[in-house]
Design a protein around this ligand. Structure first.
Ligand code: PNS
Length: 167
């Protein structure tokens, strides 16, 4: 069985992530969406449990996609699960150097897995979790950036006015 891991912070999962997960699910027998620890990022806004719940709420349509979490090295997780690929989405060129560096390091740490880059769909080119957090926390409309199933949860947590807008 060819298993791929889609790792990320997913704080929160966006339509851009879902597009990559969907496309990966057609290339591999099984896809694990892995909520991972990124030591370069400040404390996440959503807990690991909440991020997993949001991912589980949006992957229901795929029978070969599951969600999991890992707070150690991605390479160790790949070895443990026998995954043969890390799937990452590439947006603008600014992503490239960082992703290239991680791909090389992961290959050194786990030679049995390849990093596969999928180019983002044009409408998600500039979409990121941090942009969603910023828009929601300033009371903006996040429709079109995140799947409808998790929009309420994100707004509930981040939007300044959600739940007490005067009619
Ligand atoms: O969504 P992100 O934060 O850009 O994803 C980065 C992530 C979480 C995939 C990366 O930081 C990662 O793989 N973390 C796990 C720890 C690890 O293996 N670090 C070495 C990477 S070469």
């Amino acid at each position: 069985m060819r298993i791929a891991v889609v790792p990320g912070s997913f704080d929160p999962v966006t339509n851009g992530h879902l597009d990559i997960i969907n496309r990966a699910s057609k290339l591999f027998d099984k896809v694990i969406v892995l909520v991972s620890y990124n030591p370069n990022k400040q404390k996440a806004r959503f807990s690991v449990k909440e991020r997993l719940e949001m991912i589980n709420a949006v992957i229901g349509d795929f029978d070969n996609v599951v969600a999991d979490c890992n707070d150690g090295l991605l390479a160790d997780y790949l070895e443990r699960t026998g995954a043969c690929a890390i799937v990452k989405g590439l947006r603008a060129v600014t992503d490239f150097e960082y992703e290239f560096q991680m791909a090389l390091a992961n290959r050194q740490l786990c030679s049995t897995a390849e990093t596969v880059f999928l180019t983002t769909s044009p409408m998600n080119m500039y979409l990121s979790s941090s942009m969603v957090r910023e828009i929601a926390s300033l009371g903006g409309d996040i429709n079109g950036f995140v799947p409808p199933a998790i929009r309420g949860v994100i707004l509930e947590r981040l939007s300044p006015n959600h739940g007490n807008i005067k009619k």
